[in-house]
Design a protein around this ligand. Structure first.
Ligand code: HAM
Length: 424
């Protein structure tokens, strides 16, 4: 039993899960989505959890995402399900399951929402992360790789961001990757590596290319690079992507040592990096995946896409001091003084809202001073002040909260006038 002296502990959100109650979040998410919408990517609402096997097979058992970071649990029917750690596998699953690839290619889809990775939380790295993503499936055309990259770039530009760069490379294809892998493994065998790195070199030798430790970096200086060992098809694809990006005026740096944390990439692979974010600098990434759809039981169709981190993009906006969104919760704020005034203002507010104006009111019978403070805090352009005497006179006070000017207008005319003024 709870006794009076026992203190009730307040709940807190789970560790590593950010919450957004400022308008920046939706603005960033919607701006990035709009860029994709403009390029013909239709929205898909994906399940938040899927069969665990989908990610194990799609993303790759040896990746950190699958082996260490998944939120996996048995549901009440003893099925193993996993909170989605990323969106690509789910999109490809949906394309196969609903035969979306039968209705003309490429299938172009976009998605937005939360993803879950059990990572060690730190600035810019969360356990519930938010992405806007696109996937274009079914056509292996370098112009489509360039489009995907350009859509991400457009999204960042539309927010006013400038302090980011695009790095890209090619991870080759089924023809050249195995031979290169063997070559790299041979090179790694000759190095002086600690046991953990040696194990990593055996499971996923490409990962060692990205090792940040100075001694490993030094040893890796002479490592063979996949870009120098591409098949003819992959080399031509890579060159064409760069050509399209040049045509589009999208700046990039080729980083032949780039490594991504997901196994499905082939050919074009890229990352958008922001220098104002510290260690978690990747604001978005993606690439082409030749084999994923077949691996998941579909046709052998290639796809290309990106996932942009909304959380980190928001941090990038803060780092650059750009705030392209309005913080105003209302355009008009009603201040009723007395019960009769309140009844009338409630109705005026409803009429304004019906006409498309964003309106809030002061509630709880607050006095003029406190209510005007709320009006200012709401970010509204106009305050409507209505007292008993105004009601008798059939007028209402309209205060311009920017200039401080106040005027009286006829109660009957207030809705029409405000709608016209706010539209102008
Ligand atoms: P990803 O690189 O794993 O790719 O994630 C994409 C973006 O999500 C990252 O660049 C980063 O901005 C953000 N992100 C990832 N993990 C976290 C985290 N723990 N906290 C905050 N933000 C995070 C994918 O997920 C692929 N599905 C992208 C893709 C689509 N490739 C092809 N199509």
């Amino acid at each position: 039993m709870t006794t009076v002296s026992e203190k009730i502990t307040a709940f807190a959100a789970p560790k590593g899960i950010p919450e957004y109650y400022e308008p920046g979040f939706t603005h960033v998410r919607d701006t990035l989505s709009t860029a994709a919408d403009r390029a013909g990517y239709g929205y898909i609402e994906l399940p938040i959890f899927e069969d665990t096997g989908l990610y194990a097979r799609g993303v790759g058992e040896s990746t950190d995402v699958v082996s260490k970071e998944m939120y996996t649990f048995a549901d009440r029917g003893e099925r193993s399900v996993t909170l989605r750690p990323e969106g690509t596998a789910g999109v490809v699953r949906a394309v196969i399951e609903h035969n979306l690839d039968r209705a003309g290619l490429p299938v172009k889809l976009r998605y937005a929402g939360p993803f879950f990775r059990y990572e060690r939380p730190q600035a810019g790295r969360y356990r519930q992360l938010q992405q806007v993503g696109v996937e274009a499936i079914g056509v292996d055309d370098p112009a489509l790789d360039a489009e995907v990259i350009a859509v991400a770039d457009e999204g960042f530009k539309a927010l006013g961001l400038t302090g980011y760069r695009l790095e890209l490379t090619s991870l080759g294809d089924a023809e050249c990757r195995p031979a290169y892998r063997a070559l790299l493994q041979e090179f790694l065998a000759g190095l002086d590596l600690d046991p953990a790195t040696r194990t990593r070199a055996e499971i996923n030798p490409l990962r060692v290319l990205d090792d940040k430790r100075p001694d490993v970096r030094k040893q890796m200086e002479g490592a063979p690079l996949l870009l120098d060992h591409l098949s003819e098809t992959s080399a031509a694809h890579h060159a064409a992507v760069l050509q399209h990006l040049d045509d589009l005026g999208v700046a990039y740096t080729v980083n032949p040592r780039m490594v991504r944390g997901l196994d499905y990439y082939t050919k074009t692979t890229f990352e958008f990096v922001h220098d104002g974010l510290g260690a978690q600098s990747g604001i978005g990434g993606g690439g082409r995946y030749d084999g994923l759809m077949e691996t998941l039981g579909g046709q052998a169709l290639s796809g290309v896409g990106f996932g942009i981190g909304v959380d980190r993009t928001l941090l990038a906006c803060a780092a650059e001091g750009v705030q392209p969104w309005s913080t105003a919760r209302a355009e008009v704020f009603g201040v009723p003084l007395g019960e009769a005034a309140k009844r009338r203002l409630v109705v005026i507010a409803a009429a304004l809202r019906k006409a498309g104006v964003r309106v809030d009111l002061s509630y709880g019978g607050r006095g003029l001073k406190g209510a005007m403070k709320s009006a200012d805090r709401s970010g509204a352009r106009y305050a409507l002040v209505l007292g008993e005497r105004d009601l008798e006179a059939g007028t209402i006070g309209v205060k311009d909260l920017q200039s401080g000017d106040q005027r009286e207008i006829a109660l009957d005319a207030v809705v029409g006038e405000l709608v016209a003024e706010l539209a102008g």
